[in-house]
Design a binder for this molecule. Sequence first.
Ligand code: PLP
Length: 349
Amino acid sequence: MNFQKYILPHIWNLKPYSSARDEFKGNEGVFLDANENPFGSGTDKNWNRYPDPLQNEIKNKLAKIKNISSNQLFLGNGSDEAIDLLIRMTCKSGVHNMIICPPTYGMYEVSGNINDIEIRRVQLTTEYQLDLNTIFKSIDSNTRLIFICSPNNPTGNKINRKDIENILNEFKTGFVLIDEAYIDFSDEPSFIEELINFPNLIVLQTLSKSYGLASLRLGMAFAHPEIIGILNKIKPPYNISGATQEQVLLALNNLHFVKNSITEINIQKNKLISDLKDLGQVEKIIPSHANFILIKFHMAKELFEYLISEKVITRNRSNVALCENSIRITIGTEEENDILVTKIKKFYS
Ligand SMILES: Cc1ncc(COP(=O)(O)O)c(C=O)c1O
């Protein structure tokens, strides 16, 4: 794939900012190059020095965990930052377009709108799968990005692998972005292992879900090293804070936590589904490969508001196409889920 053809020329040719820590990489010396405060931070931890702009230590660890090479990995301030940068890298307002498949994660559309890019919406089928025919009809020579979320938010189902492969095979004038924010809760293998076969593939993952690090803001994009190079060129110089880098390094030493969380969340998910079915008020539960379930209830709006009044906060998705009368519920601890079920029981009694 000739990447240059699908990257905006001003981005391809950009001379990136060179930060102090890009220019001198050693740890020892008298540091008088970055206009930092030499006295520390006024906290018991010294945050006065700028962090590694390319987060090499974290990347080396993540590369081992994900079985890729570290030059196939970009780190963003949440995957939301990667989504925005990928749009800015490829799409020019008034010229290019991107395809999204609603109902899906809302930031694709918001980021597209912020960048004033034409968005082509191809709704999922009633089975919450890709409408391949309409996707292919919507592609033209100015389509630069196709967003696919699998497992999908807010429906929780996984998207048929063959359909995704079909798009990867056919769409050659831009990139297919597969957002795998919830992949760790699924039995489906990640598309990361397909990077070798598809240069037009970009996979997004995040530490905000199974790793339990939402507050630290660390998203990952996996792609061909040339694409990663461009992302590194256009990101803000120190996009991952020193505090985040330090805490993520610690967390990556405790992968048992991640594994146990996934196991426990999936156990609790099955229990919650069975408890909710027992209530007899559920019209439909979409099989979930994520850490949430989308449920169609009788009187969903009233139930959602009742739950809020009882201090149980869920997400009302009733106004979203294909999600009528549906509430999205994140899987909590057993105790939290029991509180939810008790309140729902009370509402219908
Ligand atoms: C599908 C999907 N992608 C990305 C994100 C954002 O992840 P991050 O916290 O890394 O910005 C979310 C957050 O809920 C999500 O549902």
